[in-house]
Design a protein around this ligand. Structure first.
Ligand SMILES: Nc1ncnc2c1ncn2[C@@H]1O[C@H](COP(=O)(O)OP(=O)(O)OP(=O)(O)O)[C@@H](O)[C@H]1O
Ligand SMILES: [Mg+2]
Length: 260
């Protein structure tokens, strides 16, 4: 059961697709106001895990606490679950791996979308908040553009602005730095740390970038072969490091992670 300082608690979460056990008993606790980076090779279920956290996908078994609420078996097709899921999702900002912007509305409307969906803010407030968030990601002049007019990196930054639009309790970022040049990637890392420092937001960041993990994380986890093979404070890496994590940091082709 979660304690008062816990933002998220997973207990023995399992998820399979057909015969393929993607997640095989994942248990972890994310503290409120922490920055957790989850590393892991491609195809190990990192994005699946994020979808389970916001109730977009249900695990086969296990418990998924967001605060005190277990959302594991809530189904938004059932009317009695829908309200609870809506309230739980309100706590999250989500940056999907592919950005998941709405292509038929402008950048402004994309970032304003969660505000219109979840709040009763006035048009002036919305305008001010959208401008602030777009300025923070370095895109103050993109408001009237459509996503199709932007580069991949710019789309990613708009998606990040949308994820932090409501200054949610927990921001889930699926590979925020992929597709960004090193300078923009570092800028986004700084923004994550600033939002964390000034607003106390909790971030769960999926990344392949070990340098990013060492820069921003207070907790580092590693998913491999369906298991959480490492999970703990960044400082612990000096004492213990699972071979899969070591292989990641050392960019070795030989090791427990096999290239198939
Ligand atoms: N809806 C689905 N139906 C069937 N299989 C799925 C579904 N979603 C994910 N998978 C499978 O689950 C596995 C894990 O996918 P996931 O997208 O979570 O990987 P990942 O760790 O995020 O990889 P990457 O680093 O490449 O983004 C993959 O083999 C994928 O094909
Ligand atoms: Mg993924």
């Amino acid at each position: 059961m979660p304690g008062p300082d816990d933002a998220i608690v997973l207990e023995n979460v399992c998820k399979s697709f057909g015969d393929f056990n993607v997640l095989n008993g994942i248990s972890l606790t994310v503290k409120k106001g922490s920055i957790t980076v989850l590393l892991g090779p491609s195809g190990t279920g990192k994005s699946v895990l994020l979808r389970i956290l916001v109730g977009l996908m249900r695990p086969d078994s296990g418990r998924v606490f967001v605060g005190q609420q277990d959302i594991a078996q809530l189904d938004d097709k059932r009317s009695r679950d829908r309200k609870t899921l809506f309230e739980v999702r309100r706590k999250f900002g989500m940056l999907f791996q592919d950005g998941a912007l709405f292509d038929d509305i402008t950048v402004f409307e994309n970032v304003a979308f969660p505000m219109r969906m979840h709040t009763k803010m006035s048009e002036d407030e919305i305008r001010a908040k959208v401008s602030d968030k777009l300025a923070r990601v370095g895109l103050p002049h993109a408001v009237d553009k459509y996503p199709s007019e932007l580069s991949g990196g710019m789309r990613k930054r708009v998606a990040f602005a949308r994820a932090i639009a409501l200054e949610p309790e927990i921001v889930l970022c699926d590979e925020p730095s992929s597709g960004l040049d090193p300078v923009m990637s570092a800028t986004l890392d700084e923004l994550i740390m600033e939002m964390h420092r000034t607003l106390g937001l909790c971030f769960i960041v999926i990344s392949h970038d070990t340098a990013e993990a060492l820069t921003i994380a207070d907790t580092i986890g590693m998913l491999a072969s369906g298991k959480l093979v490492h999970y703990g404070p960044r400082a612990d890496l000096e004492h213990e490091c699972h071979p899969a994590l070591r292989q990641f940091f050392d960019r070795e082709t030989e090791g427990p992670i096999k290239v198939v």
